[in-house]
Design a binder for this molecule. Structure first.
Ligand code: ATP
Length: 233
């Protein structure tokens, strides 16, 4: 579903990504782990077609995402550091607005709004303005926005930030389910203590390069050792 080859990106003279290649199929749930500044967010933003790489190729579905970014964007649900939520609108109004942008209308739109809010345990708060939400609730609403249009690709930048234990467990289950339903799911995360039990793979990014690919044993001990090795290599 996603195929990136030799992606390179510099900011000024500083190389941020150095020849990153990755392939993620439908049904896979992949985490990108790495220290601060390793390039995780930059990689995710390139995959979401929000940042253009200097070198390399990217296809999503079978479409060249660098040539036709508009076309592939509808297939991508993105959870980034910017929540893109309007504080003066209620939870349901926010989703109605984004649903419109995605071309959803009428009963189909209302059904998707209910599904997404129920899934993120926000249905009882649907008529409250988003600015009255706690950080974790805002994060859940951001995730509801990302899954609203049922995209085949989910990209999430540090999605566990701000979530309490129960919301984190619910997100972990949702991402697992999203992969089982045939989506390609990629997230960046610092959190090696939660949300990784259903992973298909973990990629370790260091200084803009993928230095390790872990296909099983996502225990905190193993991942800490990998990241630690990483830092002291
Ligand atoms: P963190 O875990 O801290 O979020 P990260 O692995 O996501 O880090 P990036 O945010 O991708 O890392 O940043 C990688 C490097 O690129 C950092 O050195 C950062 O300062 C630099 N960088 C990122 N965005 C820009 C930008 N727009 N302009 C200049 N430098 C940037």
């Amino acid at each position: 579903m996603i195929r990136a080859e030799r992606l390179g990106k510099r900011y000024g003279v500083r190389p941020v990504l150095r020849g990153v290649s990755l392939e993620v199929a439908r049904g896979e749930f992949v985490a990108v782990l790495g220290a601060n500044g390793a390039g995780k967010t930059t990689l995710l933003r390139i995959l979401a077609t929000l940042v253009r790489p200097d070198t390399g190729t990217l296809s999503i579905g079978d479409v060249d995402a660098l040539r036709q970014p508009q076309r592939v964007r509808q297939w991508v649900g993105l959870v980034s550091h910017q929540s893109l939520i309007y504080g003066d609108l209620t939870a349901a109004e926010n989703l109605r607005f984004y649903g419109w942008l995605y071309g959803l209308r009428g009963e189909q739109l209302e059904a998707r709004i209910e599904w997404a809010l129920q899934r993120m345990n926000l249905w009882p708060r649907r008529n409250d303005r988003a600015r009255t939400f706690s950080r974790g609730m805002m994060q859940r609403l951001t995730i509801a926005r990302a899954i609203l249009h049922d995209p085949p690709v989910l990209l999430l930048d540090e999605p566990f930030t701000g979530l309490d234990q129960s919301a984190a467990a619910s997100l972990s289950a949702l991402l697992h389910e999203a992969a089982l339903e045939g989506r390609a799911v990629i997230m960046t995360t610092h959190e090696i203590h939660r949300g990784l039990e259903h992973l298909s793979r973990a990629l370790i990014l260091r200084d803009g390069q993928i230095v390790h690919e872990q296909r099983k044993d996502f225990s905190p001990q193993t991942l800490t050792a990998l990241l630690h090795d990483d830092a002291h290599r």
